[in-house]
Ligand binder design. Structure first.
Ligand code: ADP
Ligand code: MG
Length: 333
C-alpha cells in the first residue's frame, strides 16, 4: 500500500497524548454517511459494489470492531478513510474533519495499520519511524521514535534490519509507525490475521494499552473471538452493508436462546422422554444439554419435567449464546 502523502502535505498536528483535538464538538471519531464504493470493471473483472451505502458512527474513546467475513468491504472502508481509495459517493469524516473538505486534518487524525506487512527489509525500525515522522512533518524535537518503539516492545530491535524481524515484530512496527504523528484514532486492518496465538494476545495487550491511554481504536477482523475479547462496540458488515452496530453486551443480549446443562447422578446414555421435541443432546461426558428460549419456557420447567421422570440431578449450569450465534443469525451464513 503506497503512501499518498507528498512532501508538501505537512499534516502533523502538534498535540500531547490525551490532549483534546480540534474538529468541533462532534462526538464521533469516525462518521460515514451513505458511503458507497464501486470498483470499476477491469479486464475480465466485472464492476464490484464493495460498499452499498454504509452508515456508521464510531464514538470517540471507543474500542470498536468492524467485524465481517472476507470480501465484506472492511478494507475498502478503511482505505477510503486513509485516503488510499476514492469513494464513489456518500461522505465520511474523521474527528469531525470531512475527508473531502479537510483532507489533511482528516488524515492527521488517524493512524492506519494496513492489512499487509509492507516494510522495506533494508531499513531499521528507527529509520522507518524517522521517515514516517518526516513524511507527516513531525518536528524533530517532538519525535518519539524510541518511546513508541519501546511501547511496542521493539526498542532492542531499533537498529536491526527489518528483514531480521519476525512477523509479529513487523506487525508491531506497523502499529508503531501508525502512531508516529500521535493521532487520536488508530485503525488496524485485520491486525492478527496470520499471527499465532501468543503474539495475538501480545498485540491485543498493546492495543488495550493504547486505548487505556486515550486512543480511540477501530479494528477490522473476521475473528469473532477478537471482536468479543477486545472491543466494547461491534458493527457487523456483510456484502458491503452494515447489518448491525451496537454495544457488545447489547448484541449478545439480542440472542434469546440459552443452554441448560444438566448433569445426572449417573451419566445419561439416552435422552429422557421429557425432552422430546426440544433441542437437546447428550454430551461426551454424559451431561445433557438443552437449548431453550427463556420467553417460551424456563430452566425450572425443564428441571421439573426431568425430575418428574425420575432423573436424579447432580448439578446444573447455563450457558449464554456467543457472538458466533449472533453472527450466524444476522448474516445467515
Ligand atoms: P474485506 O477487507 O472485508 O475482506 P475488501 O474491502 O477487501 O473486503 O473487498 C470487498 C470487495 O471488493 C471484494 O469483493 C473484493 O474482491 C473487491 N475489491 C477489493 N479491492 C478491489 C479492487 N482494487 N478492485 C476491484 N475489486 C476490489
Ligand atoms: Mg480486508
Amino acid at each position: 500500500m503506497a503512501h499518498t502523502l507528498s512532501d508538501d502535505e505537512n499534516v502533523y498536528v502538534s498535540r500531547m497524548p490525551g490532549e483534546p483535538v480540534p474538529g468541533g464538538a462532534q462526538a464521533f471519531a469516525i462518521e460515514a454517511r451513505a458511503l458507497r464504493k464501486v470498483y470499476k470493471a477491469s479486464g475480465s473483472q466485472p464492476a464490484k459494489e464493495a460498499l452499498k451505502g454504509v452508515d456508521l458512527a464510531i464514538p470517540r474513546g471507543s474500542i470498536f470492531a468492524l467485524l465481517g467475513p472476507n470480501g465484506a468491504g472492511k478494507s475498502t472502508f478503511i482505505n477510503i478513510l486513509a485516503g488510499l481509495v476514492l469513494k464513489t459517493s456518500g461522505s465520511a469524516s474523521i474527528w469531525g474533519f470531512d475527508i473531502d473538505v479537510n483532507p489533511r486534518q482528516a488524515r492527521a487524525s488517524i493512524g492506519v495499520v494496513p492489512q499487509e506487512l509492507n516494510i522495506d527489509p533494508f531499513f531499521t525500525p528507527a529509520e522507518v519511524m524517522e521517515m514516517q515522522a518526516g513524511l507527516y512533518g513531525v518536528p524533530k524535537r517532538e519525535r518519539r521514535t524510541m518511546e513508541i518503539l519501546k511501547a511496542m516492545g521493539l526498542d532492542d530491535k531499533a537498529d536491526a534490519y527489518a528483514r531480521t524481524l519476525s512477523g509479529g515484530m513487523r506487525r508491531r512496527l506497523l502499529v508503531a509507525k501508525a502512531m508516529v504523528h500521535n493521532p487520536p484514532a488508530l485503525i488496524l486492518d485485520e491486525p492478527t490475521a496470520g499471527v499465532d496465538i501468543e503474539l495475538r494476545r501480545q498485540l491485543w495487550d498493546y492495543v488495550k494499552g493504547l486505548h487505556a491511554r486515550g486512543t480511540t481504536i477501530v479494528l477490522t477482523t473476521h475473528y469473532l473471538e477478537e471482536a468479543e475479547a477486545l472491543c466494547d462496540t461491534i458493527a457487523i458488515i456483510d456484502k458491503g452493508q452494515v447489518v448491525c452496530c451496537e454495544p457488545k453486551e447489547q448484541l449478545l443480549a439480542r440472542i434469546s436462546d440459552k443452554r441448560l446443562i444438566v448433569r445426572p447422578a449417573s451419566p445419561a446414555t439416552m435422552l429422557p422422554a421429557a425432552l422430546a421435541g426440544m433441542k437437546a443432546e447428550i454430551r461426551p461426558d454424559g451431561a445433557i444439554s438443552v437449548q431453550y428460549n427463556p420467553a417460551e419456557t424456563s430452566a425450572m420447567a425443564i428441571l421439573g419435567a426431568l425430575g418428574a421422570e425420575g432423573m436424579e440431578i447432580r448439578d446444573i449450569s447455563t450457558e449464554e449464546s456467543d457472538l458466533e450465534d449472533v453472527f450466524m443469525q444476522l448474516t445467515s451464513h
